[in-house]
Design a binder for this molecule. Structure first.
Ligand code: BG6
Length: 494
């Protein structure tokens, strides 16, 4: 792969929550990678704000530690790190008090002409006071950007409240709502696959596709995170990441790659999702919670056992599977099966397009029709695309049919490092490109679809089904797809 680094203009990234986990594990390493690749230089400044009483030097040590722990080992270079560290400045700031804001204003005023971005790596309850202070201290500019991240609400009403608070200071063109899945290379590759090739689009519809599966499974647990217990798998993964993936699979070709052209098409998909409410919730959704599992060597705790005492008995789902219909002409009668969970058998994110059976088999020696074609897009790990096809098994023995796959493994095809999603997204903010960020109406359409499911679960007297840690979720999830005569894609089949 020939690398084409397009340098971005100098910028000021003002990061609120500068000593938090997101900054430490994702933002600093991503910025370092872009710096090491030469995408920006020392004229850019990264100004961290947090409540901790740190000196500039102490903050730089924190930055260095983050790079050493979380950046790609192939890019760690002492000289680069030493060139990168002077970009950082630290300001002690309590968002609710006056300290720090004037100092921030002073630093920003040193160069009024460079791109200005505010990254709110803090809980949403702090978005409103931060935005108010940005205006109050004269830090707002009509070309400034603000970056926010989930959880952008826990339902439609709270999501509206968050957006209203941000919009008191910033307008939609200035707001970058991150869904880091959109920054993943393979997710963008889905756009290339669909719209830069003629092959798939003519058959990308109800006439040729039997069903679609989207699985995002993780092996890690969730129990220690109080935030997760208030959230659960449906809000944490489906409302954002998985629905965004579904949109990219299901949307009509946008007229261009402009941010709004793409987001208009995604919005239409969200508006076409068949509502799941009332009695349908039990039929079309499965929620689970992981139980413990013990082997000779180790015991994996159940979700309940990981929780602090005051949260015991929680009904929060750590797994969800759904059968979803997209009620429009292209997808009439084509179910989308979605599933995601913590403490599953494998970490894996895949989109599987299952094509229809051939209409008639001419192969009289074969007692069953050949397996239908299948296109598998693997987002992680082992990013790549596989097309399952039927060929003749070579050699004598009659016309024996065999399933093989055309394999486009990214690791084998491209030798360069695959950038982390944040690298792309952080630079897109500086470039002013909102294509891979969610617009307010998309976010709200997703919540409007999720809310009735949450409501029905709340009213239900059935708790989530327990599944053993390290498995593929509750048996009801297998039944959800098998009662339609289909099955989840075999995870080893890649
Ligand atoms: C986050 C969720 O948005 O995505 C986490 O809040 C989840 O619970 C994570 O673990 C998964 O992201 P990735 O990139 O590791 O698939």
């Amino acid at each position: 792969m020939t690398s084409r680094i397009i340098p971005v203009s100098a910028f000021d990234y003002v990061v609120f929550g500068a000593t938090g986990d997101l900054t430490y594990k994702k933002l600093i390493p991503a910025l370092y990678h872009r710096f090491a690749d030469g995408q920006f230089d020392e004229n850019s400044r990264i100004i961290g704000l947090a409540r901790k009483n740190l000196t500039n030097d102490e903050f730089k040590q924190f930055v260095k530690k983050s790079i050493l722990e979380h950046s790609d080992k192939s890019l760690i270079d002492e000289k680069n790190i030493e060139r990168f560290l002077p970009c950082f400045h630290y300001i002690m700031n309590d968002i609710f008090k006056d300290n720090g804001w004037s100092e921030l204003a002073k630093i920003l005023r040193k160069d009024e002409n460079i791109v200005r971005a505010f990254y709110l790596a803090v809980p949403p309850s702090l978005f409103a006071p931060i935005c108010e202070n940005i205006a109050k201290y004269g830090l707002w500019r009509c070309d400034a950007r603000v970056v926010v991240e989930k959880p952008l609400g826990h339902d439609l009403a709270s999501s509206k409240a968050i957006n209203n608070a941000i919009e008191k200071t910033f307008c939609e063109d200035q707001i970058y709502r991150i869904d880091h899945y959109l920054g993943k290379e393979t997710v963008q590759n889905l756009l290339a696959l669909r719209f830069a090739n003629i092959l798939f689009e003519p058959i990308w519809n109800y006439a040729h596709i039997d069903h679609v599966q989207i699985s995002v499974t993780e092996t890690v647990g969730a129990g220690n995170r109080a935030y997760y217990d208030e959230t659960g798998a449906l809000r944490d993964m489906v409302q954002n990441h998985i629905l965004q993936l579904l949109c990219l699979v299901a949307m009509e070709p946008p007229a261009s790659d402009s941010a709004n052209a793409l987001r208009d098409e995604k919005l239409k998909v969200l508006h076409s999702l068949a509502p799941i409410r009332g009695n349908d919730v039990e039929r079309l959704t499965v929620r689970g919670q992981y139980g413990s599992i013990s082997s000779e060597n180790a015991t994996v705790k159940s979700y309940q056992d990981e929780l602090p005492p005051d949260l015991k008995g929680s009904l929060t789902e750590t797994f969800v599977a759904l059968k979803v219909n997209v009620d429009n002409w292209r997808w009439a009668g084509v179910p989308f099966y979605l599933r995601t969970g913590k403490r599953m058998a494998k970490r894996m994110s895949e989109i599987i397009i299952n094509f229809q059976q051939i209409p008639h088999s001419i192969f009289s020696h074969s007692d069953k029709a050949p397996n239908p074609n299948k296109l598998v897009l693997r987002l992680q790990p082992d990013e790549g695309v596989k097309l399952f096809m039927i060929i003749k098994d070579p050699g004598p023995g009659g016309m024996r049919l065999k399933e093989v796959h055309l394999n486009l493994s990214f690791a084998d095809t491209f030798t360069e490092r695959t950038p982390d999603a944040y690298e792309r997204l952080l630079m897109d903010v500086i470039r002013g490109n909102q294509t891979l960020f969610m617009r307010r109406d998309e976010l709200e359409a997703a919540w409007a679809w999720i809310d009735p499911i949450m409501q029905a679960w709340k009213e239900s007297d059935k708790p989530p089904q327990i599944y053993s840690a390290g498995t593929w979720g509750p048996t009801a999830s297998i039944a959800l797809i098998e009662r339609d005569g289909r099955s989840w894609h075999d995870e080893d089949d890649f």
